[in-house]
Design a protein around this ligand. Structure first.
Ligand code: MG
Length: 270
């Protein structure tokens, strides 16, 4: 089986210091966590940023500071910027402003869904515009799948030539309002993926370890981090590093080796 790519999603849109004081929110805090998680076994960093008010933003200048910091520190990790920040306009100019920066990957949701108190709104025009910008700038998309129709939508974009083959998916399991994180649902999504694609999973909340274990067994990859899960277990607030270390231990028990960053690049065709 291929080596396991571990992605760390340290910040996301939801975590606050109130929810978990370990949440890295400033550029400096995010860089420190990315560094520790890379040392622990992560080969991709899925990055969101916050504004001065610590609210989610797509601000290119802040993304630029973050990416520059990661490169300056020589952290050996694939950077993946999020185009999914909440709180801004749903236009390619806003949501895709950081795609002009030097980065190897970016996230791309290929459909809309509900979050608990808002819409995860991605119109067909917006999806095509973001995907086209990634294609033109040589950035590999990670297709964020919150429900099965989003896989079909991605295949339509392949037919149109906007997405290139050897797609990479992240199956986001158990977001309230989207597909529930059950083994049957995950198997159904995995069965629905096109041949020659690679996939990772994000098990949100209580589904975290179950989903990760199935993905490790099925030859998929794993995303973890405070974006996906705030608590390590019922009584313990997580840190990003603890979450990455748990996936490394789990993989070891299943006999799955961890990919280095260069091995991850090979697996993903970067
Ligand atoms: Mg994200």
């Amino acid at each position: 089986m291929e080596k396991l790519i571990i992605t760390v999603a340290p910040t996301g849109n939801v975590p606050t210091k109130e929810l978990n004081p370990h949440s890295p929110l400033t550029v400096k805090e995010i860089i420190e966590d990315v560094k520790a998680c890379q040392a622990a076994g992560a080969s991709i960093a899925h990055l969101h940023v916050r504004g001065d008010d610590l609210k989610p933003t797509s601000d290119k200048a802040i993304f630029s500071d973050l990416l520059d910091g990661i490169y300056k520190e020589k952290i050996d990790i694939i950077t993946q910027v999020s185009t999914g920040a909440r709180g801004g306009e749903n236009t390619v100019d806003y949501r895709g402003q950081m795609l002009d920066l030097k980065t190897e990957m970016a996230s791309l949701s290929t459909g809309s869904s509900n979050f608990p108190t808002s819409i995860n709104g991605n119109s067909p025009d917006l999806i095509e515009a973001l995907a086209s910008k990634m294609l033109n700038n040589g950035i590999k998309p990670e297709i964020e799948v919150f429900d099965v129709a989003m896989i079909e939508n991605a295949l339509k974009l392949v037919k149109k030539g906007i997405l290139k083959d050897n797609l990479h998916f992240n199956l986001v399991m158990n977001v309230p309002g989207s597909i529930k994180g059950t083994p049957k649902n995950l198997m159904f999504l995995i069965d629905s993926l096109p041949k020659n694609s690679t996939f990772s999973i994000s098990g949100i909340g209580w589904s975290q370890v179950n989903m990760a274990a199935i993905s490790i067994m099925m030859g998929g990859h794993v995303r973890t981090g405070l974006e996906d899960v705030i608590k390590y277990d019922r009584d313990t607030l997580a840190t990003n590093e603890m979450l990455v270390r748990r996936i490394v231990r789990l993989a070891k028990e299943f006999g799955r080796e961890i990919a280095t960053t260069d091995e991850a690049r090979q697996i993903l065709g970067l």
